[in-house]
Design a protein around this ligand. Sequence first.
Ligand SMILES: Cc1cc2nc3c(=O)[nH]c(=O)nc-3n(C[C@H](O)[C@H](O)[C@H](O)COP(=O)(O)OP(=O)(O)OC[C@H]3O[C@@H](n4cnc5c(N)ncnc54)[C@H](O)[C@@H]3O)c2cc1C
Length: 450
Amino acid sequence: MANGTRVVIVGAGISGMAAALQLLERGFDVQILEAQQRAGGRVETLRAPFSDGLYAEAGATYIPGAHDLTHAYLRRFQIPLHLIPEEQLFTLWNIAGKRVRIGRDEQWAVELSSKEREAGLAGMVQAYIAPALARLGDVRSDSWPGSAARDLDQMSYRDFLAGAGASPGAIALIRRMFPDIHGEGIEDTSALFCLRDFTNEGGGWSLISGGSDALPNAMARELQAHIHYGARVERIEHGPDGAGIRFTQAGQSRWLECDRVVLALQFSCLKTTDVAPAFSTEKTNVISAMGYSAVSRVFLQTRTRYWGEDGPQYMGITDSPALGIRDCSFHLPGQRGLVECYIPGAAGRRIAAMDAVDRVQTACNYVETFLPGIREHLELGAAKCWTADPFARGGYAYYRPGELTRWENIARRREGVVHFAGDHASPWPSWMQGAIHAGHRVAQEIGERP
Ligand SMILES: Cc1cc2nc3c(=O)[nH]c(=O)nc-3n(C[C@H](O)[C@H](O)[C@H](O)COP(=O)(O)OP(=O)(O)OC[C@H]3O[C@@H](n4cnc5c(N)ncnc54)[C@H](O)[C@@H]3O)c2cc1C
């Protein structure tokens, strides 16, 4: 059905653009409506207000080796990567007031059983998590999750860990790598949802050299004739034979007709958009009830990298509200430093509610216990709070206990001529890999199904 079929895609994030590239290859007539003046959505590299060419990632940062779809686009656009040496990722921890370097001096200040102490963090993960991973099956399959995995959705990740025999001390460690970045933490998230995230691991981790925005920028260059910037969609009217989209651009109300629509914006944004007639009750409920994780990232520029070689390098982990404290300058030339605080959940929302000065001061409090002396060396700070971004309204989707098995297929399911992309409609919410997967699925749906 390709030639002459008009497809409008709402949102020029990675997902909408991946769908567009595939649809164009198949001969569809594609237009993308993007509310902002840039493409990339939650792939956003902040270059201002930093000095000396320093930059920080507000959104997507790390690319696991297992993310074949993301890597395929990086190869297609010849975007260079910076491979993170295993021993420099997630190695420095500060838990219960004690600094621990994994693999060197693993003496935790939390109470652990003698077996856990002997096993170390990697051994605990192996003992408590690996058996459940073996039950997961192929997470890409349309029929996933199978019966062996489904019951893992009925419990929180915390209850799963306790049921697997992890002591409270072990749980205090395992939760920080990284399930606590979702929702209100591991008490609030489905065990199945958190365990699926482990399928991302293996094959090392990389950063995009020069900033993650190289990927959406390359996609947008190829799609420049098809993207309409500053085009904020406000209403979608759809029927059996086509759809009309009402959007504002340059202060004017505009209308675009098409045969198919791809909604590649987060449900947190879609729920504020008029849809007529309303989608099915199931779909409407999932769109309005889908949970979105709050996350704020605060970046602190320092005159020197005063922490020396013993800093957090690519990612340090703490039990303070700043789950991750990272040296964003580690792989960059120059003497100035850039430290990041990754603050999820309730604390992330509190940061979003503060003014710019308080955000920086609060982040300094978190960093001080990890890298003492931050205030003395601080030059400036900047923050990105995803709940406060009107075109994201949250960091990424997550599932509470019981929701994944009931909602995920509904989130992906088309409604007549309207198709649903975005990382939330994929097996990997909160990853570019998921955004691309959903974009490709939608292109296939449109190409193959009447
Ligand atoms: C803090 C954070 C850290 C992350 N870390 C990683 C990581 O390390 N590795 C990784 O792979 N991924 C990471 N991600 C996830 C990754 O950024 C996303 O999975 C991916 O960017 C999602 O792409 P998308 O196209 O689905 O959605 P989005 O990027 O959200 O794109 C949606 C687009 O829709 C537009 N839009 C919204 N409303 C409207 C409207 N009304 N009209 C028109 N347009 C509209 C938006 O402006 C946006 O451009 C992270 C995300 C965050 C927030």
